[in-house]
Design a protein around this ligand. Structure first.
Ligand SMILES: C[S@@+](CC[C@H](N)C(=O)[O-])C[C@H]1O[C@@H](n2cnc3c(N)ncnc32)[C@H](O)[C@@H]1O
Length: 139
């Protein structure tokens, strides 16, 4: 009989594995139909809302953005491409972070991305490491 900790670890793995295979034809089609672009989203944040984030947070080259619970990197990978800011993409299951890294792994964009497996309640960063933070549809 698995312990609660083993059950939680198994759930985390299942969740991450699902994200790693996300991005197939169906999910790309949904992105294209609902947002007009293939952005790897798994939430309700629209392109217009992501564009608002870029304006409100004054994202531009030199700005360091943290995305918490990024899934496959929506909206931070899009924001980095659009504004030239640097991004650290974080999520809890390793599979999600691997999936985001795969999406971003095209130079020269990959030079402005880094990735960390991290829980929102215990982030492994020093104070003032970032200029801006986003978290969309992250509970
Ligand atoms: C609905 S998805 C949204 C993903 C992405 N931000 C988007 O809009 O497409 C919620 C994400 O929050 C992450 N998450 C849940 N609890 C978390 C926690 N404690 N720390 C970090 N990420 C967490 C999940 O793993 C999942 O990737």
């Amino acid at each position: 009989m698995p312990t609660p900790i083993e059950r939680e670890a198994a759930a985390l793995k299942r969740f991450g594995d699902r994200y790693e295979t996300w991005g197939g034809d169906a999910s790309r089609l949904i992105d294209l139909e609902t947002r007009g672009a293939d952005v790897g989203a798994n939430g309700y944040t629209t392109m217009a809302q992501a564009d608002d984030l870029a304006d409100v947070l004054r994202l531009r080259p030199g700005v360091r953005l943290l995305d918490i619970g990024a899934g496959l990197g929506w909206p931070s990978l899009y924001l980095a491409e659009k504004t030239g800011c640097a991004v650290v993409v974080t999520d809890l299951p390793p599979g999600t972070v691997r999936g985001a890294a795969r999406r971003a792994n095209e130079p020269p964009l990959s030079e402005r991305y880094s990735f960390a497996v991290a829980s929102a309640d215990r982030l492994p960063f020093r104070t003032a490491s970032f200029d801006a933070i986003v978290h969309t549809d992250t509970l």
